[in-house]
Design a protein around this ligand. Sequence first.
Ligand code: GYE
Length: 330
Amino acid sequence: MRTRRTARVIIAAFAGVLLAGSMAACGNSDTGGDSGGDDKLVLGFSQVGAESGWRTANTTSIKEAAAAAGIELKFDDAQQKQENQIKAIRNFIQQKVDVIAFSPVVESGWDTVLKEAKDAGIPVILTDRAVDSADKTLYKTFLGSDFVKEGRLAGEWLVEQTKGASGPVNIVELQGTTGSAPANDRKEGFAKAIAANPNLKIVASQSGDFKRADGKQVMEQFLKANPDIDVLFAHNDDMGLGALEAITAAGKVPGKDITIITIDAVKDGMQALADGKFNFIAECSPLLGPQLMELAKKVEAGEEVPARIETEETTFTQEQAKAALPSRKY
Ligand code: GYE
């Protein structure tokens, strides 16, 4: 663990002088340039949980990137509970980690614990999901996606597909975890994109908590209550995959009787798209590990970092999914 940045910088400079001195004096090739395990940056990371394929890929990316960057990672899985994340962050503060990063399960309710980290002098990085704290000095930066844009891209595709349709288009929506940034933002982006088309109607909208089993269960309810569903907009692939089972069990053909639009583009989702069961996916990249480690090093060194760093993403049609699948890593 690094105790204090200034102290470490001074020690490093001093070691450099000693090293240069010893090299000049005797030409010793055994320079011992690595200052050893003690000097590793310690990053406390509180993960949301393991609710989806996206999350699994995100966790793998973070663990692999930490190992590759020589960062000691203290990893905590909050099992989708805010109270567990608050506890984990308090533990990290107590352990005096160098940097704290976390992916907040919901947007609200973080000010107190973020203030505690700030008072302890530990920089915080938000990754994947945002918080709604008014005080932006409570964290150093946000690394993740533009969720409003993802929802908008999903809605714009639907508007394009239904151009010229005269009758009503009945849409059901499977929302992500209630109160989470991606659920709030994707809902907003999609609603705005379809707003100018009064025949596109969201007839039901409910949370499936980003999970496959919940997606299936909520879709079953949707199908019972609404005989004429034309479109499913699911806030992630996993809920869409769960819904596929409900749709098939109801005697409907996914991708044909019901148009399915999702977000993420993890392998299982891309497979469903290539197989014609899904119709469109807006990508959300979980591969945030390498950038997160870079940021951790920078904030720990006291360097300025941008307030917001957004991931580059694309969209996939069925044909594009077929082409992309063979090289898809997650
Ligand atoms: O879309 C979903 C996961 O926060 C972007 O969380 C993430 C979302 C992702 O459970 O699959």
